[in-house]
Design a protein around this ligand. Structure first.
Ligand code: NAD
Length: 472
């Protein structure tokens, strides 16, 4: 009997390869897409989000089972419009050749860097910001003049279908194509010989993707996850820090790659800090059962994973604070209430794995040196947040640690500054995007030396005799 599952996967692999071939041929025939056309591409994206944003919000809401409309407006629609506009406005400067000085020994002549599109690029995106994380790299790739294939997450199928149908109305398939599907399609997709592969997702899958890309010598950007710490310095008021940390943690119900994963607070202040967190959370999201601003967990499996994490530390005797809510009134089995856990065991899943949900472990530190040691003993995080009254204290703390990005006295907002490179380091990934660094991710910097018709270096030819004596 034929294996229909295998047959479908093979068909789609052939179809993907065919799209890639058509995109490569189209790229070869155009090579350097004029900047005016690239700007028009970006304008199309802006107009799409402005005119059909409500459809995207509805698809994301349906995929999540409940997604805050305001958070979608901020983090998906607004973010995409801002990044497309910013890229369009700065494109002339980013795309221009950059002159480089020529050493005296090579004068006269000109040296410069041409910024050229890499070619056909693949983008693999996750479910947690299912629109932003497909569109932001798409914008960067289009600005760079590339052709693009996107494989969105199978966990948000309505958003994936809408991304596919709306982009198909705006771009020919040999310019932008969207491939739907699950793990089989994702594996086949990442095995294609792209000119660049851009992956956002878990560290575990990132390792698989890096190996697949290596077989083709495809350069790869890995935007991965990890446990991003938030550290409160002894000079900072914990109740004040809780005001913004609660927002950064429980936004999108904690399903944010740069969400503060755990908090390190001055030892002895753990209980007070946990109470402040619960107070702020209750103010921001009263009655999470029916609150349209409080997002659901993406799947039953992830909901069960989070419940197990809390159960494990509860049984180990850790103190668990959880906002009470009426499960029956929620009418949604995937609501997980904001939860703060004081001093969970370090060998618990809560402290060993990325939480990616609305649970904040709070641990005590014995000063900033101790906090830095705690962070440095673990995988390098995607983000790090430090709350300190003194700028110097915050900067000293940054000098003692390593993370993909960082923000002082506020969580998340470093990723909204368009011109800051956004990306991980170590286990949280490599490469970056946003602003010019996104443009450069999809750009080949081609170094050129231009000599005049007659250049003194033509005198360099054997027999050398004592020609190079002066180099000694
Ligand atoms: P996911 O399950 O949606 O997977 C991401 C993508 O990987 C999907 O398109 C999926 O089809 C694909 N995929 C799955 N298995 C694959 C395989 N074997 N080979 C190739 N591709 C495969 O998302 P996820 O991984 O659950 O996403 C959550 C993780 O992503 C978290 O760790 C989070 O921190 C991280 N994340 C990072 C960023 C960032 O910017 N650094 C942003 C968002 C999420």
């Amino acid at each position: 009997m034929p294996d229909t599952h295998m047959q479908t996967a093979t068909d789609s692999i052939d179809a993907m390869q065919a799209v890639l071939d058509r995109q490569k041929a189209a790229f070869e025939s155009e090579r350097h897409r004029p900047l005016s056309d690239r700007k028009a591409d970006l304008e199309k994206i802006e107009a799409l989000v402005k005119t059909r944003g409500d459809e995207f919000a509805a698809a994301i809401d349906a995929d999540f089972g409940r997604r805050s409309k305001s958070e979608t407006a901020l983090a998906e629609l607004g973010f995409t419009i801002a990044t497309a506009k910013h890229s369009r406005q700065h494109l002339n400067k980013w795309a221009s050749s950059k002159p480089v000085s020529v050493p005296m020994t090579l004068a006269p002549g000109k040296a410069y860097v041409r910024r050229e599109p890499k070619g056909v690029v693949g983008i693999v995106s996750p479910w947690n910001y299912s629109m932003q994380l497909a569109f932001a790299p798409l914008v960067a790739a289009l600005a760079a003049g590339c052709r693009v294939m996107i494989k969105p997450s199978e966990f948000t199928p309505r958003t994936a279908a809408l991304i596919k149908s709306t982009l198909a109305e705006l771009f020919s398939e040999d310019h932008v194509a969207v491939i739907e599907g699950g793990v089989d399609e994702a594996s086949a997709f990442t095995a294609l010989p792209f000119d660049h592969l851009f992956y956002t997702g878990s560290t575990q899958v990132g390792r698989i993707v890096a190996k697949a890309a290596a077989d083709n010598l495809t350069p790869v950007t890995l935007e991965l996850g990890g446990k991003s710490p938030a550290v409160i310095a002894p000079d900072f008021d914990g109740a004040e820090a809780a005001k913004t940390l609660a927002w950064g943690k429980f936004l999108n119900a904690g399903q944010t790659c740069v969400a503060p994963d755990y908090a390190l607070v001055p030892r002895g202040s753990e209980q007070d800090f946990a109470k402040s967190m619960m107070h702020e959370t209750g103010e921001m999201w009263p009655d999470v059962a029916t609150n349209g601003d409080y997002t659901a967990i993406i799947s039953e499996r992830h909901h069960a994973r989070l419940s197990e994490m809390v159960e494990e530390v509860r049984q180990a005797g850790a103190e668990v604070h959880q906002l009470a809510f009426d499960k029956a009134a929620a009418g949604n089995t995937r609501i997980f209430p904001p939860t703060v856990v004081v001093n969970p065991p370090l060998d618990s899943k809560l402290m060993q794995e990325e939480i990616f949900g609305p649970i904040l472990p709070v641990l005590g530190h014995d000063g900033l040196e101790d906090a830095a040691r705690f962070i440095n003993e673990r995988d390098r995080p995607l983000a790090l947040y430090v709350y300190a009254k003194s700028k110097q204290t915050a900067r000293d703390f940054l000098s003692r640690t390593i993370s993909g990005g960082a923000a002082v006295n506020i969580p998340l907002l470093h990723l909204s500054v368009e011109d800051l490179p956004f990306g991980g380091v170590g286990a949280s990934g490599y490469g970056s995007y946003h602003g010019e660094s996104g443009f450069l991710t999809f750009t080949h910097e081609r170094g050129v030396f231009e000599a005049p018709v007659w250049h003194p270096s033509r005198l360099i030819r054997p027999p050398y005799g004592k020609m190079f004596e002066f180099f000694k």
